[in-house]
Write a protein that binds this ligand. Structure first.
Ligand code: HEM
Length: 319
């Protein structure tokens, strides 16, 4: 190479290095040498919690989702309010609704006792979601690791970032798309509404709507537990058939117009996602495998890595 060619090569490569965005590199072997028993410790903790209360599986999967959709998967949802910020827990979509904090704190305590200061709360949450799915007969997948924890959280950001049960289909598609998740991911991930519960306040308008997109007997049954006024916190299963097992009944419900939330039924209402719903009804294995891949993609949303963020000692507080 001539002198000028070498100089040219050096300039071009420096420009490339400077301009290449720092890609976060999560890896499933991240704790293999620093805390080899981290994953088995978390698994024991989560399976105990789900045995004690099957709904906890649903709550943990949702907690991971609500973490990742607000400033990335950085355990920001776990932070209690502090003198410097109001956190995410009282955002409209979370308030009086997200749960499972004490289960994550317990898993963190166990992990801290074997490897202090090594494993982030964000990673524990991600592993917990996978273990929770497995514990109720759902899909399993390999969790990427190496996320670090945020030092701040914002209620306003959570309110702005999390989807709402009143959102129309194109809004949901756009919201997921902004985070790098495609329409198929949206439908697959919504399939986690095959487990867990919703409060009357989230589905009242739908069951009293007398609309044509809800099956009449289903609406009547749901009204018995969810009055037209009052009883906001009364619960109903998101999947009326098998609320504690992770299967594809959620999609069958949608085809029968028995989706509990409006944001469920919009996935099968004559729009672009109908064909994906039908595919998941006919092929549970495709749903299971799509769900696992979509959870991995969701877990990859904007993680803090390397020197960014911290490893919290207690998940509720930024040490
Ligand atoms: C597509 C947009 C979504 C909307 C609008 C939405 C909305 C909701 C609402 C309103 C509830 C009931 C909360 C309550 O009444 O306290 C709920 C529950 C739940 N959501 Fe979603 N959700 C969406 C997507 C997802 C995704 C992507 C996941 C997971 C990957 C998920 C997992 C769950 C689970 C498991 C529950 C039950 C939680 C429990 O029983 O504690 N949801 N969702």
């Amino acid at each position: 190479m001539t002198f000028f060619a070498s100089i040219f090569f050096l300039i071009v490569s420096s420009v490339l290095i400077i301009n290449t965005p720092c890609q976060a590199q999560l890896s499933s072997s991240f704790y293999d040498s620093t805390c080899p028993n981290a994953l088995s410790t978390i698994r024991t903790s989560i399976s105990q919690a789900v045995s004690a209360e099957p709904r906890m599986a649903a709550s943990l999967i949702r907690l991971h989702f609500h973490d990742c959709f607000v400033q990335g998967c950085d355990a920001s949802i776990l932070l209690n309010d502090s003198p410097t910020f109001t956190g995410e827990q009282t955002a409209l979509q979370n308030n009086n609704s997200v749960r499972g904090f004490e289960v994550i704190e317990e898993a963190k305590r166990e992990v801290e006792s074997i490897c202090p200061g090594i494993v982030s709360c964000a990673d524990i949450l991600s592993v917990a979601a996978r273990d929770a799915s497995e514990a109720v007969g759902g899909p399993s997948w390999t969790v990427n690791l190496g996320r670090r924890d945020s030092t701040t959280a914002s209620r306003d950001l959570a309110t702005a970032s999390l989807p709402r049960f009143t959102d129309p289909l194109d809004t949901l598609i756009g919201n997921f798309g902004d985070l790098g998740l495609n329409t198929r991911d949206l439908v697959a991930l919504s399939g986690s509404h095959t487990i867990g519960q919703a409060r009357c306040t989230t589905f009242r308008a739908r069951i009293y709507s007398n609309g044509s997109d809800i099956e009449a007997d289903f609406a009547t049954t749901r009204r018995q537990q969810c009055p037209a006024t009052g009883g906001n916190d009364r619960l109903a299963p998101l999947d009326l058939v098998t609320p504690n097992s992770f299967d594809n009944n959620y999609f069958r419900n949608l085809v029968e117009r028995r989706g509990l939330l409006q944001s469920d039924q919009v996935l099968f209402s004559g729009g672009s996602t109908d064909s994906i719903v039908t595919e998941y009804v006919n092929n549970p294995a495709t749903f299971a495998s799509d769900f696992g891949s979509a959870m991995v993609r969701m877990g990859d949303i904007q993680p803090l890595t390397g020197q960014n963020g911290i490893i919290r000692t207690t998940c509720g507080v930024a040490n």
